[in-house]
Design a binder for this molecule. Sequence first.
Ligand code: 2P0
Length: 333
Amino acid sequence: MAQAQAQPNIALVKYWGKRHGARNLPAVGSLSVTLESLWTRTEVEFDPDLPEDLFLLNGVPDPKGLVRVSRCLDPIRQRASCLHRARIQSRNNFPTSAGLASSASGFAALVTAAIAALCLEVSPEERSEWARGASGSAPRSLYGGFVELRLQETPAPGRTELVPLADPGHWPLEVAVAITSLSAKPVGSTAGMEITAKTSPFYEDWIRAQPADLEAARQAVLARDFEKLALVSEHSCLKMHGLALAAKPGLMYWNGATVSCLTVIRDLRAQGIPVFFTIDAGPQVKAVCEPGASQQVAGILRQIPGVLEVMTSRLGPGARVISGAGKSQPSGP
Ligand code: 2P0
């Protein structure tokens, strides 16, 4: 048995689309920041007496989630030559499946806990591949701070490389998360990506332009150039939503309050407050702020009609074992 904790990550250069024919391989690389104050805590207990895997999310059995959880555990069990089923209990301190990257923190915590429970010695590449097989954004939550998931084209395409770019101390940005709906999103990310890849007229251009966006974001992070990071991040976000809107049927993840937040954040930046926005597959708005600016930004976002709640977070560490058997996997910066 072991328990692990992981935090969601927020992509600044977005992943949207999968490589055809490969098991959950992203069609593009991505770059993210890992948060600190939102978390998933997951306990995994392998039990020879269990006939089936059992998965509880926030204390409630989750049969739909169980399928993905079992599929994530299978290669780890295989690597450990373990035939036992597992009891998995997971808790989030934030809304699940609502565009807050619960699958990233969830599967990063699950993989970390399972490896520890089975006392497996594994390479960072194996860990990352197991997380990526479950959810394309999950490997990024294995590391803290600024993280890039690169596509590897050599020696052969079909793998990813997880690169910790900088730890939170390098540039302690802050994030204010404006919650505008607590409902689960109508179209999940996997289905949304599939519809987009099949039907959006802008999809090929999106794939082609991604390396340039990644390079710009990488440079901005390393140079702590906030304006440059703001421009490329907002561009990547709006581009992702633009190509999803142009799919058939169009995917609309925003609501009215989402749009209000965007205009307010742009106005604030024009007034000299260091903040930019990003949005994932849901209506929540993440306002990324220079160190020290998030409380002021959160206070302003709270005044916007339709904003239910604003959470703030600093950048945080990667997934780690918090109790139980096994060895703590080294997390990145
Ligand atoms: C991201 N998103 O880069 C992008 C931006 C949402 C919008 O990765 O199908 O749950 O499990 O690989 O990781 C959310 O998608 O998708 C996501 P799957 P995942 O953060």
